[in-house]
Design a protein around this ligand. Structure first.
Ligand SMILES: [Zn+2]
Length: 242
């Protein structure tokens, strides 16, 4: 795993060039944000050891396989460490892939593996966990959440945006790294969530796939604009096909 110090408190761990999870320094140790693909537990714990700090909590942005892949192995090794995910995406971990009647009835996309681990904390918009505030950002998955570090306004955005293959809102097809687009459930909601993260005026944006952006607002604005254009085009096509 490649270990990159990004902001004062945030360390990016990268597997196979494009798959990130993060360690965040807190007063009481490290918060692990996402768990990467399966087989990465050892490397994640070694990275924490090198920083000389214990992992004191695990938080998940969403239930896709490249974010919860090493969850069970980490939970086995660190059974007393609390695990947190949104209440909505928690259902996927036990294999319940039903949609709520209030949600857009479009098919889920991407891999949602069943996990043995039962999260100890179910998160909602506005909750605080360590220095992080929970920001509901549905779209990529129904219960996708991002985290705002209230100390320095770094946003850890999961797959709400990607920066691999170009800075984009998830759901925008980027030929050089198309996986987040292929795994996005609802593009309209993803676009709204991308606007919500921009409105937080982040000082940095850390994502599941690609490098961390400092002063990201111009690039986020541009990505939103591109997504708006793409969605408008799709709507035009749909209205002219029937
Ligand atoms: Zn994802």
């Amino acid at each position: 795993m490649k270990v990159t110090s990004t902001t004062n408190n945030l360390i990016q761990l990268t597997h196979l060039v494009a798959f990130n999870c993060y360690l965040l320094r807190e007063d009481d140790g490290l918060t692990l944000i996402d768990t990467n693909m399966s087989g990465q537990a050892q490397a994640i714990m070694q990275a924490a050891d090198k920083l000389g700090l214990p992992i004191t909590r695990i938080v998940l942005t969403h239930a896709h396989i490249d974010h919860v892949g090493s969850l069970d192995a980490l939970h086995e090794a660190l059974p007393d460490v609390p695990v947190a995910i949104s209440e909505r995406d928690e259902r996927f971990l036990s294999g319940d892939k039903s949609l709520d009647p209030s949600e857009p009835q479009v098919p889920l996309r991407g891999g949602y593996p069943i996990c043995k681990t039962k999260p100890t904390l179910l998160l909602h918009e506005g909750d605080h966990i360590g220095s992080l505030e929970v920001i509901a950002t549905p779209g990529h998955t129904p219960g996708h959440i991002a985290f705002l570090d209230t100390r320095d306004r770094t946003v850890i955005g999961g797959d709400a945006y990607q920066t691999q293959g170009g800075v984009a809102v998830s759901g925008t097809f980027e030929i050089l790294f198309p996986f987040p687009a292929l795994a996005t459930w609802h593009k309209g909601l993803a676009l709204e969530s991308a606007r919500k993260l921009l409105a937080l005026q982040p000082s940095a944006l850390a994502v599941g796939h690609g490098r961390v952006l400092n002063h990201p607002q111009e690039e986020m604005k541009h990505a939103i604009h591109v997504m708006e254009q793409a969605l408008a085009k799709e709507e035009w096509k749909q209205s002219h096909v029937a």
